[in-house]
Design a protein around this ligand. Sequence first.
Ligand code: 4AD
Ligand code: MG
Length: 429
Amino acid sequence: MKTTISQVGKYTDQEVVIGGWLANKRSSGKIAFLQLRDGTGFIQGVVVKAEVGEEVFSQAKNLTQESSLYVTGTVRSDERAPSGFELTVTGIEVIHEAVDYPITPKEHGTEFLMDHRHLWLRSKRQHAVMKIRNELIRSTYEFFNENGFVKVDPPILTGSSAEGTTNLFHTKYFDEDAYLSQSGQLYMEAAAMALGKVFSFGPTFRAEKSKTRRHLIEFWMIEPEMAFMDHEESLQVQEQYVTHMIQSVLKNCQLELKALGRDLSKLENIVAPFPRITYDDAIKFLQENGHEIEWGEDFGAPHETAIAESFEKPVFITNYPAEIKAFYMKPHPERSEVVLCADLIAPEGYGEIIGGSQRIDDMDLLKQRYDEHNLSEDAYKWYLDLRRYGSVPHSGFGLGLERTVAWVCGLEHVRETIPFPRLLNRLYP
Ligand code: 4AD
Ligand code: MG
């Protein structure tokens, strides 16, 4: 029976055929252990000379790393195996022999691995990261579909920017100027006025000159936008959404979390509601703990980490000064110098994973912001229409997928969270 590694449990003590690759191998004079992978998982194949005979055994001993194979064998349940199963090999058919695979089981430097990203993806650790990334995406669609949201796809090529003009990627659009989208938000606001509750999931681009472990040039964002919802209601959606994602990963990715050595107790804790702290209190807390920061300044990574360390769950920092936030955020009704916004900071030093706010719904105030931010009325004219025709209170947020993957997987750097990372110094492979 032809099957896959993830399905072998259905065939205990039966003979199966698996198409896969040789990830690694150990052997002695009498027995060979083949570490096989097929994309769905990893399994150990055991080849016993006394059982298979001279020819198959020597074939197994001479297999090279990453050769592609059809392996025939009997499925054995084995408590010591991570997946719970082992394969007693009876036959091997080599499909393609790989010669001198560059990524050997020894340690390699990061730059070397990044240069071979197209092959590095095959490793057990990268496999686990990609499976968890996929589960975060799957549970995102599940959460928003179950909660009455409609998926809407904003454009990638745009004529205007949402998050300021300093980090735009410029390109020609025939005779016009165009930019790669930094955020679909403005379009999602239009979609919310048509469909009520909407979400997007797509690539976004920021020409950030910063080389940090949290910044990618190209990253994927989930951007929900909700008509008739105020800031507080949006925070509740956010904490429920994050809870759903984390609990889904815990439920469906046990093998992968184990392969990464992730401390599960840290994730099991992640259940709504999440704590909230105002920007004002966060500044006070930082000052009291020896950080040099004044009211009105934005937080850097060390500040976020210091704040997050006081909490076991993600923490919302709310009501930032209007000065350091985007033009579209609605001012606080009692304190116009701060806005109705929040950043969600992940625990354990993984930084900001969500930025969100209630949006300005008043036409005159929005026009005033255009002036203050030097935004051309031409490029943003359509966005004003949303306040001209049946304006309503509305809120939304953006969750950065890669930062969330880094947190859930416990990864030092976001470069391992996306199949082919685009970094300041890397456009290849
Ligand atoms: O805080 P940001 O800039 O918010 C927005 O773009 C809003 N328009 C979203 C909205 O309200 N619809 O970005 C949102 C999130 C951040 O919290 C972070 O997780 C991620 O996107 N992010 C990045 N991730 C990786 N690399 C970068 N360069 C990122 N910049 C932002
Ligand atoms: Mg932000």
